[in-house]
Design a protein around this ligand. Structure first.
Ligand SMILES: Cc1ncc(COP(=O)(O)O)c(C=O)c1O
Length: 418
């Protein structure tokens, strides 16, 4: 584009943007929560799933206290999702994040050699990642070290160097299947490397947050390999703790969460929980077992979610592909995930914050720019997460059109300055 052409295009974009300013929207594509149509898919969980027997397979009266590890049939069902045995599976309450927090809390304060007694505790944070993981670490005073994702999981050259040299590096978070927000799945090679790498800290742990393990969007079904099995084979069976939940399968906040790990780790973490509560909600565990039944039923249920979600992801890809072609193709790149809840945009350096601010100014809320980086700090300022699940299709269309205008406007202004 010549200078004159750029100036002309900029004034056309500014005119369009001021139209938006005059009639601001009231939309959000900020957080990855299911839409009302998706919630309806699980109404039967409450209306049509009567509990006819009050005793679980392991003879726990589900109406009463007891059974801290979860009822046997729930442990078996979540074990299928995590590829763990019943003894390697702990079924908890309504949130996997709470299980992760309790795990960190245990290692920080109540483990045999609590990390809090050490001068510094550091964690590896594959980025862009899930902001709530970073909030948790920050809250505990754990120093976060960002490591770039490669499209197949974290950059293992960097990870191996960090963990082998520094005993203060105590662990890492990984979202192995359809990462939030990049949508990538950890490759088999990276799983092997994570299991086999030498760590200077003997009590190094991997929090393997498999939140999207059954959340496919199309026919391509990705799934990270079984890290627990790889760790067992490598002689480090206690290295990994896996987490899943039904938050985005049934009803978030009213679902069931579970963890999978070596039997020894499960016992250790159960002891931690035994100091917090007597038992979780076994009635809800039973209801979920009756509703979700087995992997076949889970897959059929998740296909119904995909039918609602996939058109939103297809629309985002279609509008971005149409707008950012030719001259504009270098303005932004984006992910085309096969599952999960997010599309990640990589803008030109130094543009993301301004794009998100411009969207906010016209009444469209996005996740804060660079929130997927620890401390919200991304020196490239190029990361935007789109969470299209909750928005209605017509609202999403409006939001995406405005987003294209804002990306082009900010990018051209930035390039014009330079
Ligand atoms: C990677 C990841 N883990 C965990 C959660 C929340 O899980 P839960 O509702 O089980 O606490 C989310 C929700 O967005 C997520 O993206």
């Amino acid at each position: 584009m010549t200078k004159e052409e750029t100036a002309e295009q900029l004034s056309a974009l500014k005119a369009q943007y001021s139209l938006y300013e005059n009639r601001p929207f009231d939309l959000t594509i900020a957080r990855g929560i299911p839409s009302t149509d998706q919630l309806k898919l699980s109404e039967a969980l409450l209306n049509e799933t009567p509990i006819k027997k009050w005793y679980s397979e392991d003879e726990l009266d589900i109406r009463n206290y007891g059974g801290l590890f979860g009822i046997r049939e729930a442990r078996a069902l979540f074990g299928q999702m995590m590829e763990t045995s019943v003894d390697e599976t702990f079924v908890g309450g309504n949130s996997s994040l709470q299980l992760m927090y309790a795990t960190l809390n245990h290692f920080m304060f109540t483990a045999d050699t609590p990390w809090s007694r050490e001068e510094k505790v550091k964690f590896i944070c594959p980025s862009p990642g899930y902001d709530r993981h970073w909030f948790m670490l920050d809250h505990m005073g754990i120093e976060m070290i960002p490591v770039e994702l490669t499209g197949e999981g974290p950059d293992m050259e960097v990870v191996e160097k960090l963990v082998s040299q520094d005993p203060a590096v105590k662990g890492m978070f990984v979202v192995p299947t359809y990462n939030n927000p990049t949508g990538e799945t950890v490759s088999d090679e990276v799983v092997e490397q994570l299991a086999n790498m030498h760590t200077a800290a003997e009590d190094f742990i991997i929090l393997w947050d498999n939140a999207y393990v059954v959340h496919h969007l199309n026919g391509v079904k990705e799934k990270a390999a079984n890290l627990l099995e790889a760790c067992k084979a490598a002689g480090s069976p206690d290295r990994v703790i896996q987490y899943v939940s039904t938050s985005k399968m049934t009803l978030p906040g009213a679902g069931v969460a579970a963890m999978g790990a070596s039997e020894a780790r499960i016992k250790e973490l159960a002891l931690e929980f035994s100091k917090q509560l007597i038992s979780f909600d076994k009635i809800n565990q039973m209801r979920h077992v009756l509703f979700l039944k087995d992997m076949e039923t889970i897959e059929a249920h998740m296909e119904k979610h995909a039918e609602i979600l996939a058109p939103k992801f297809e629309w985002i890809d279609a509008i971005l592909s149409a707008y950012f072609s030719g001259d504009r193709s270098s303005f932004v790149s984006w992910t085309r995930p096969n599952g999960g809840y997010f599309v990640h945009l990589t803008t030109q350096n130094g543009c993301a914050t301004e794009i998100v601010a411009k969207m906010k100014h016209i009444g469209i809320e996005l996740t804060p720019a660079n929130a997927a980086y620890p401390y919200g700090i991304n020196p490239k300022d190029n990361s935007i997460r789109l969470a299209p699940s909750f928005a209605r299709m017509d609202d999403l269309e409006i939001a995406m059109e405005a987003l294209c205008i804002c990306i082009e406007l900010v990018t051209l202004e930035k390039n014009n300055e330079e």
